[in-house]
Design a protein around this ligand. Sequence first.
Ligand SMILES: Cc1ncc(COP(=O)(O)O)c(C=O)c1O
Length: 406
Amino acid sequence: MFKINDNFLKLPGSYLFSTIARKVSDYKAANPDREVISLGIGDVTQPLAPAVIRALHGAVDEMGAADSFRGYAPDLGYEFLRTAILEGDYRPRGVELALDEIFISDGAKSDCGNIVDIFATDNVIAVTDPVYPVYVDSNAMAGKTGEYDKDKEAWTDVIYMPCTAENGFVPEFPARTPDIIYICCPNNPTGTTLTLDQLQAWVDYAIEKQAVILYDAAYEAYISEPDVPHTIYECEGAKTCAIEMRSFSKNAGFTGTRLGFTVIPKELTAPDSDVRVNSLWARRHGTKFNGAPYIIQRAGEAVYSAEGKAQTKEQIAYYMKNATTIREGLQAAGYEVYGGVNAPYIWLKTPDGVSSWDFFDRLLTEANVVGTPGAGFGPSGEGYLRLTAFGTAENTAEAIKRIRSL
Ligand SMILES: Cc1ncc(COP(=O)(O)O)c(C=O)c1O
Protein backbone atom coordinates (compact mmCIF):
# COMPACT_ATOMS: atom_id res chain seq x y z
CA MET A 1 0.00 0.00 0.00
CA PHE A 2 1.53 3.27 -1.02
CA LYS A 3 1.74 6.21 1.32
CA ILE A 4 1.90 9.84 0.36
CA ASN A 5 4.24 12.42 1.85
CA ASP A 6 1.70 13.81 4.27
CA ASN A 7 3.86 16.84 5.00
CA PHE A 8 2.12 18.26 1.95
CA LEU A 9 -1.18 18.06 3.82
CA LYS A 10 0.17 20.33 6.53
CA LEU A 11 0.76 23.18 4.08
CA PRO A 12 -1.70 26.02 4.58
CA GLY A 13 -4.44 26.02 1.95
CA SER A 14 -4.53 28.59 -0.72
CA TYR A 15 -1.36 30.04 -2.17
CA LEU A 16 -1.04 33.81 -1.88
CA PHE A 17 -1.00 34.56 -5.59
CA SER A 18 -3.95 32.26 -6.34
CA THR A 19 -6.03 34.10 -3.76
CA ILE A 20 -5.07 37.41 -5.31
CA ALA A 21 -5.81 36.14 -8.83
CA ARG A 22 -9.25 34.94 -7.72
CA LYS A 23 -10.10 38.26 -6.06
CA VAL A 24 -8.96 40.19 -9.14
CA SER A 25 -10.89 37.99 -11.57
CA ASP A 26 -14.05 38.21 -9.42
CA TYR A 27 -13.71 42.00 -9.38
CA LYS A 28 -13.13 42.18 -13.14
CA ALA A 29 -16.12 39.92 -13.83
CA ALA A 30 -18.34 42.17 -11.74
CA ASN A 31 -16.84 45.38 -13.21
CA PRO A 32 -16.00 44.66 -16.84
CA ASP A 33 -15.66 48.37 -17.72
CA ARG A 34 -12.81 48.96 -15.22
CA GLU A 35 -9.17 48.78 -16.31
CA VAL A 36 -7.22 47.07 -13.54
CA ILE A 37 -3.45 47.67 -13.31
CA SER A 38 -1.34 44.99 -11.66
CA LEU A 39 1.70 45.92 -9.64
CA GLY A 40 1.32 42.66 -7.79
CA ILE A 41 3.28 39.73 -9.16
CA GLY A 42 7.07 40.03 -9.50
CA ASP A 43 7.26 39.17 -13.19
CA VAL A 44 9.13 41.24 -15.76
CA THR A 45 7.47 42.93 -18.74
CA GLN A 46 10.39 44.07 -20.95
CA PRO A 47 11.39 41.76 -23.85
CA LEU A 48 14.72 39.93 -23.88
CA ALA A 49 17.72 42.08 -24.88
CA PRO A 50 18.78 41.99 -28.57
CA ALA A 51 22.16 40.45 -27.63
CA VAL A 52 20.32 37.61 -25.88
CA ILE A 53 17.97 37.05 -28.81
CA ARG A 54 20.92 36.93 -31.21
CA ALA A 55 22.67 34.33 -29.04
CA LEU A 56 19.48 32.27 -28.88
CA HIS A 57 19.09 32.30 -32.68
CA GLY A 58 22.75 31.37 -33.13
CA ALA A 59 22.47 28.47 -30.69
CA VAL A 60 19.27 27.20 -32.30
CA ASP A 61 21.07 27.09 -35.65
CA GLU A 62 23.94 25.17 -34.04
CA MET A 63 21.47 22.58 -32.79
CA GLY A 64 20.29 22.07 -36.38
CA ALA A 65 23.72 21.14 -37.76
CA ALA A 66 25.32 17.74 -37.17
CA ASP A 67 28.76 19.13 -36.35
CA SER A 68 27.53 21.64 -33.75
CA PHE A 69 24.56 19.75 -32.30
CA ARG A 70 24.68 19.25 -28.50
CA GLY A 71 22.97 16.63 -26.38
CA TYR A 72 23.02 16.51 -22.59
CA ALA A 73 24.84 19.44 -21.00
CA PRO A 74 27.70 18.77 -18.56
CA ASP A 75 26.37 18.17 -15.01
CA LEU A 76 27.52 21.51 -13.63
CA GLY A 77 26.64 23.49 -16.76
CA TYR A 78 28.76 24.56 -19.75
CA GLU A 79 32.17 25.91 -18.90
CA PHE A 80 31.65 28.95 -21.15
CA LEU A 81 28.77 30.10 -18.95
CA ARG A 82 30.48 29.34 -15.64
CA THR A 83 33.54 31.25 -16.86
CA ALA A 84 31.36 34.22 -17.89
CA ILE A 85 29.74 34.20 -14.44
CA LEU A 86 33.09 34.05 -12.67
CA GLU A 87 34.51 36.84 -14.79
CA GLY A 88 31.35 38.94 -14.84
CA ASP A 89 29.95 38.59 -11.33
CA TYR A 90 32.74 37.52 -8.98
CA ARG A 91 36.26 38.52 -10.08
CA PRO A 92 35.32 42.21 -10.40
CA ARG A 93 34.25 42.05 -6.72
CA GLY A 94 37.53 40.47 -5.67
CA VAL A 95 36.03 36.98 -5.28
CA GLU A 96 37.93 34.05 -6.77
CA LEU A 97 36.06 30.77 -7.31
CA ALA A 98 36.88 27.49 -9.00
CA LEU A 99 34.60 26.68 -11.90
CA ASP A 100 33.34 23.56 -10.13
CA GLU A 101 32.03 25.75 -7.32
CA ILE A 102 29.41 27.18 -9.73
CA PHE A 103 26.38 25.03 -10.60
CA ILE A 104 24.11 26.08 -13.48
CA SER A 105 20.39 25.41 -13.04
CA ASP A 106 17.02 26.32 -14.49
CA GLY A 107 16.47 29.08 -11.93
CA ALA A 108 16.78 30.16 -8.33
CA LYS A 109 13.37 28.85 -7.31
CA SER A 110 14.41 25.29 -8.13
CA ASP A 111 17.71 25.73 -6.32
CA CYS A 112 16.09 27.30 -3.22
CA GLY A 113 13.59 24.44 -3.12
CA ASN A 114 15.99 21.60 -3.94
CA ILE A 115 18.85 22.58 -1.64
CA VAL A 116 16.75 21.24 1.24
CA ASP A 117 17.65 17.70 0.00
CA ILE A 118 21.24 17.88 1.21
CA PHE A 119 20.47 18.92 4.80
CA ALA A 120 19.20 16.67 7.62
CA THR A 121 15.57 16.81 8.68
CA ASP A 122 16.30 17.99 12.20
CA ASN A 123 18.04 21.20 11.20
CA VAL A 124 16.34 24.28 12.61
CA ILE A 125 15.78 26.90 9.93
CA ALA A 126 15.61 30.65 10.49
CA VAL A 127 13.92 32.95 8.02
CA THR A 128 13.42 36.66 7.91
CA ASP A 129 9.78 37.58 8.35
CA PRO A 130 8.28 38.60 5.88
CA VAL A 131 9.88 36.08 3.54
CA TYR A 132 9.91 34.69 -0.02
CA PRO A 133 7.51 31.77 0.61
CA VAL A 134 9.56 29.09 -1.19
CA TYR A 135 12.13 28.83 1.63
CA VAL A 136 9.58 27.82 4.25
CA ASP A 137 7.26 25.77 2.05
CA SER A 138 10.07 23.64 0.62
CA ASN A 139 11.25 22.83 4.15
CA ALA A 140 7.66 22.10 5.17
CA MET A 141 7.32 19.61 2.29
CA ALA A 142 10.42 17.84 3.61
CA GLY A 143 8.98 17.67 7.13
CA LYS A 144 11.48 20.12 8.62
CA THR A 145 9.17 22.81 9.99
CA GLY A 146 7.00 21.15 12.65
CA GLU A 147 3.27 21.88 12.60
CA TYR A 148 1.45 24.79 11.05
CA ASP A 149 -0.24 27.02 13.63
CA LYS A 150 -3.23 28.53 11.85
CA ASP A 151 -3.81 31.23 14.46
CA LYS A 152 -0.25 32.49 14.34
CA GLU A 153 0.05 31.72 10.60
CA ALA A 154 3.47 30.28 11.40
CA TRP A 155 5.25 26.90 11.69
CA THR A 156 6.14 25.69 15.17
CA ASP A 157 9.74 24.71 14.34
CA VAL A 158 10.74 27.69 12.23
CA ILE A 159 12.57 30.66 13.69
CA TYR A 160 10.96 33.81 12.32
CA MET A 161 13.14 36.90 12.48
CA PRO A 162 10.87 39.95 12.21
CA CYS A 163 12.01 42.62 9.77
CA THR A 164 9.89 45.73 10.14
CA ALA A 165 10.26 49.48 10.04
CA GLU A 166 11.00 49.34 13.80
CA ASN A 167 14.29 47.47 13.30
CA GLY A 168 15.10 49.02 9.92
CA PHE A 169 14.32 45.66 8.25
CA VAL A 170 17.54 44.20 9.66
CA PRO A 171 17.02 40.77 11.27
CA GLU A 172 18.26 40.42 14.83
CA PHE A 173 20.10 37.32 16.03
CA PRO A 174 17.38 34.98 17.32
CA ALA A 175 17.08 33.69 20.89
CA ARG A 176 17.08 30.06 19.65
CA THR A 177 20.15 29.04 17.65
CA PRO A 178 19.40 28.16 14.02
CA ASP A 179 21.30 25.64 11.87
CA ILE A 180 20.26 27.05 8.51
CA ILE A 181 19.73 30.77 7.96
CA TYR A 182 17.96 32.12 4.89
CA ILE A 183 18.92 35.65 3.86
CA CYS A 184 17.57 37.34 0.74
CA CYS A 185 19.36 40.57 -0.16
CA PRO A 186 18.12 42.78 -1.81
CA ASN A 187 14.98 41.50 -0.20
CA ASN A 188 11.79 40.22 -1.69
CA PRO A 189 9.25 41.38 -0.49
CA THR A 190 10.50 44.44 1.43
CA GLY A 191 12.91 45.79 -1.20
CA THR A 192 15.36 46.59 1.61
CA THR A 193 19.01 45.54 1.93
CA LEU A 194 21.77 44.86 4.44
CA THR A 195 25.01 46.79 4.39
CA LEU A 196 28.31 44.95 4.07
CA ASP A 197 28.88 45.39 7.83
CA GLN A 198 25.43 44.04 8.69
CA LEU A 199 25.93 41.02 6.44
CA GLN A 200 29.42 40.48 7.87
CA ALA A 201 27.85 40.30 11.34
CA TRP A 202 25.60 37.47 10.09
CA VAL A 203 28.56 35.66 8.54
CA ASP A 204 30.46 35.94 11.85
CA TYR A 205 27.38 34.67 13.70
CA ALA A 206 26.97 31.71 11.33
CA ILE A 207 30.63 30.75 11.74
CA GLU A 208 30.35 30.97 15.54
CA LYS A 209 27.18 28.83 15.60
CA GLN A 210 28.38 26.41 12.90
CA ALA A 211 25.31 27.33 10.87
CA VAL A 212 25.02 27.67 7.11
CA ILE A 213 23.64 30.76 5.36
CA LEU A 214 21.54 30.24 2.24
CA TYR A 215 21.97 33.59 0.52
CA ASP A 216 19.52 34.50 -2.23
CA ALA A 217 20.90 37.27 -4.42
CA ALA A 218 18.24 37.11 -7.16
CA TYR A 219 17.97 40.92 -7.16
CA GLU A 220 21.69 41.72 -7.04
CA ALA A 221 21.59 43.63 -10.33
CA TYR A 222 19.31 46.27 -8.78
CA ILE A 223 21.81 47.39 -6.15
CA SER A 224 22.65 51.07 -6.55
CA GLU A 225 24.14 52.05 -3.19
CA PRO A 226 27.86 51.49 -2.59
CA ASP A 227 27.66 49.96 0.89
CA VAL A 228 25.38 47.07 -0.18
CA PRO A 229 27.30 43.85 -0.94
CA HIS A 230 26.75 42.29 -4.38
CA THR A 231 27.76 38.83 -3.21
CA ILE A 232 28.00 37.36 0.29
CA TYR A 233 31.57 36.34 -0.56
CA GLU A 234 32.57 39.98 -0.15
CA CYS A 235 32.32 39.15 3.58
CA GLU A 236 35.33 37.69 5.30
CA GLY A 237 34.93 33.97 6.04
CA ALA A 238 31.73 33.62 3.98
CA LYS A 239 33.19 30.83 1.86
CA THR A 240 33.22 28.63 4.96
CA CYS A 241 29.56 29.16 5.82
CA ALA A 242 27.51 30.40 2.87
CA ILE A 243 25.81 29.17 -0.29
CA GLU A 244 24.77 31.81 -2.80
CA MET A 245 21.88 31.50 -5.25
CA ARG A 246 21.42 33.70 -8.29
CA SER A 247 18.96 34.01 -11.13
CA PHE A 248 18.84 35.43 -14.65
CA SER A 249 15.14 36.20 -14.22
CA LYS A 250 15.25 39.72 -12.89
CA ASN A 251 18.60 40.97 -14.22
CA ALA A 252 17.96 39.86 -17.81
CA GLY A 253 14.27 39.05 -18.09
CA PHE A 254 14.64 35.24 -18.10
CA THR A 255 11.50 34.52 -16.04
CA GLY A 256 10.08 32.54 -18.95
CA THR A 257 13.44 31.48 -20.38
CA ARG A 258 14.75 29.88 -17.14
CA LEU A 259 18.35 30.07 -15.97
CA GLY A 260 20.07 30.43 -12.62
CA PHE A 261 23.05 29.21 -10.65
CA THR A 262 24.23 28.31 -7.19
CA VAL A 263 27.70 28.81 -5.75
CA ILE A 264 29.01 26.38 -3.13
CA PRO A 265 32.64 26.97 -2.18
CA LYS A 266 34.67 23.89 -1.31
CA GLU A 267 35.70 25.51 2.00
CA LEU A 268 32.15 24.93 3.21
CA THR A 269 32.29 21.62 5.05
CA ALA A 270 29.89 19.91 7.44
CA PRO A 271 30.68 20.94 11.06
CA ASP A 272 33.57 19.02 12.61
CA SER A 273 34.08 16.95 9.47
CA ASP A 274 35.71 17.18 6.07
CA VAL A 275 32.52 16.42 4.12
CA ARG A 276 32.16 19.11 1.49
CA VAL A 277 28.68 20.51 0.93
CA ASN A 278 29.82 21.16 -2.65
CA SER A 279 30.22 17.39 -3.20
CA LEU A 280 26.74 16.65 -1.89
CA TRP A 281 25.19 19.23 -4.19
CA ALA A 282 27.26 17.94 -7.14
CA ARG A 283 25.91 14.46 -6.41
CA ARG A 284 22.36 15.72 -6.10
CA HIS A 285 22.59 17.88 -9.21
CA GLY A 286 24.08 15.02 -11.25
CA THR A 287 21.39 12.61 -10.11
CA LYS A 288 18.21 14.67 -10.20
CA PHE A 289 18.91 17.37 -12.80
CA ASN A 290 19.88 16.98 -16.43
CA GLY A 291 21.03 20.48 -17.20
CA ALA A 292 19.68 23.77 -18.47
CA PRO A 293 19.30 23.75 -22.28
CA TYR A 294 22.36 24.61 -24.37
CA ILE A 295 20.56 27.42 -26.17
CA ILE A 296 19.55 29.02 -22.86
CA GLN A 297 23.08 28.74 -21.47
CA ARG A 298 24.34 30.51 -24.62
CA ALA A 299 21.69 33.18 -24.02
CA GLY A 300 22.95 33.50 -20.44
CA GLU A 301 26.51 33.89 -21.68
CA ALA A 302 25.34 36.77 -23.91
CA VAL A 303 24.12 38.64 -20.81
CA TYR A 304 27.80 39.05 -19.88
CA SER A 305 28.91 40.36 -23.30
CA ALA A 306 29.60 44.09 -23.53
CA GLU A 307 26.42 44.57 -25.52
CA GLY A 308 24.38 42.31 -23.25
CA LYS A 309 25.57 44.16 -20.16
CA ALA A 310 24.67 47.54 -21.62
CA GLN A 311 21.24 46.37 -22.78
CA THR A 312 20.26 44.64 -19.53
CA LYS A 313 21.51 47.65 -17.58
CA GLU A 314 19.02 49.74 -19.55
CA GLN A 315 16.18 47.36 -18.66
CA ILE A 316 17.07 47.55 -15.00
CA ALA A 317 17.21 51.35 -15.22
CA TYR A 318 13.73 51.27 -16.77
CA TYR A 319 12.32 49.26 -13.86
CA MET A 320 14.15 51.36 -11.31
CA LYS A 321 12.65 54.51 -12.84
CA ASN A 322 9.27 52.92 -12.14
CA ALA A 323 10.44 52.23 -8.59
CA THR A 324 11.25 55.92 -8.19
CA THR A 325 7.85 56.89 -9.62
CA ILE A 326 6.17 54.66 -7.04
CA ARG A 327 8.36 55.58 -4.10
CA GLU A 328 8.39 59.33 -4.62
CA GLY A 329 4.76 59.50 -5.74
CA LEU A 330 3.55 57.73 -2.63
CA GLN A 331 5.89 59.59 -0.30
CA ALA A 332 4.60 62.90 -1.68
CA ALA A 333 1.07 61.70 -0.91
CA GLY A 334 2.07 61.07 2.72
CA TYR A 335 2.54 57.28 2.58
CA GLU A 336 5.34 55.59 4.52
CA VAL A 337 7.35 53.60 1.97
CA TYR A 338 10.47 51.44 2.07
CA GLY A 339 12.65 49.73 -0.54
CA GLY A 340 12.69 50.76 -4.19
CA VAL A 341 16.29 52.04 -4.09
CA ASN A 342 18.29 48.81 -4.46
CA ALA A 343 15.37 46.59 -5.48
CA PRO A 344 12.34 46.60 -7.77
CA TYR A 345 9.98 46.28 -4.79
CA ILE A 346 8.31 48.99 -2.75
CA TRP A 347 7.05 48.06 0.69
CA LEU A 348 4.26 50.36 1.69
CA LYS A 349 2.95 50.81 5.23
CA THR A 350 -0.83 50.66 5.10
CA PRO A 351 -2.40 53.92 6.30
CA ASP A 352 -4.20 54.19 9.65
CA GLY A 353 -3.26 50.67 10.74
CA VAL A 354 -5.55 49.08 8.13
CA SER A 355 -4.83 45.35 7.63
CA SER A 356 -2.90 44.38 4.51
CA TRP A 357 -5.82 42.44 2.99
CA ASP A 358 -8.25 45.32 3.69
CA PHE A 359 -5.87 47.75 2.04
CA PHE A 360 -5.43 45.33 -0.88
CA ASP A 361 -9.25 45.27 -1.31
CA ARG A 362 -9.43 49.03 -1.09
CA LEU A 363 -6.74 49.51 -3.74
CA LEU A 364 -8.45 46.98 -6.00
CA THR A 365 -11.96 48.34 -5.72
CA GLU A 366 -11.30 52.09 -5.38
CA ALA A 367 -8.10 52.58 -7.42
CA ASN A 368 -8.27 49.43 -9.58
CA VAL A 369 -4.65 48.71 -8.70
CA VAL A 370 -3.39 45.29 -7.59
CA GLY A 371 -0.66 45.02 -4.96
CA THR A 372 0.37 42.07 -2.79
CA PRO A 373 -0.75 42.04 0.86
CA GLY A 374 2.27 41.94 3.15
CA ALA A 375 0.59 39.43 5.48
CA GLY A 376 0.91 36.84 2.71
CA PHE A 377 4.69 36.86 3.20
CA GLY A 378 4.62 36.13 6.93
CA PRO A 379 3.22 37.43 10.22
CA SER A 380 5.44 40.54 10.29
CA GLY A 381 4.21 41.54 6.83
CA GLU A 382 0.85 42.46 8.34
CA GLY A 383 0.22 46.18 7.95
CA TYR A 384 2.26 46.40 4.73
CA LEU A 385 1.64 45.98 1.01
CA ARG A 386 4.14 45.23 -1.75
CA LEU A 387 4.15 47.02 -5.09
CA THR A 388 6.46 45.95 -7.89
CA ALA A 389 8.32 48.12 -10.38
CA PHE A 390 8.05 45.52 -13.16
CA GLY A 391 5.09 47.13 -14.93
CA THR A 392 5.29 49.44 -17.91
CA ALA A 393 6.19 53.07 -17.20
CA GLU A 394 2.72 54.21 -18.35
CA ASN A 395 0.82 51.75 -16.15
CA THR A 396 3.04 52.50 -13.18
CA ALA A 397 2.50 56.26 -13.46
CA GLU A 398 -1.26 55.77 -13.90
CA ALA A 399 -1.44 53.40 -10.91
CA ILE A 400 0.31 55.89 -8.65
CA LYS A 401 -1.92 58.71 -9.86
CA ARG A 402 -4.94 56.62 -8.90
CA ILE A 403 -3.57 55.66 -5.49
CA ARG A 404 -2.75 59.31 -4.77
CA SER A 405 -6.30 60.36 -5.53
CA LEU A 406 -7.83 57.90 -3.05
C1 LIG B 1 13.86 36.06 -3.74
C2 LIG B 1 13.63 35.26 -4.95
N1 LIG B 1 14.37 34.18 -5.16
C3 LIG B 1 14.18 33.41 -6.24
C4 LIG B 1 13.21 33.71 -7.17
C5 LIG B 1 12.98 32.80 -8.33
O1 LIG B 1 13.84 33.05 -9.35
P1 LIG B 1 13.82 32.18 -10.67
O2 LIG B 1 12.91 32.84 -11.64
O3 LIG B 1 15.25 32.14 -11.11
O4 LIG B 1 13.35 30.80 -10.33
C6 LIG B 1 12.41 34.82 -6.99
C7 LIG B 1 11.36 35.13 -7.97
O5 LIG B 1 10.51 35.94 -7.81
C8 LIG B 1 12.62 35.62 -5.85
O6 LIG B 1 11.88 36.70 -5.61
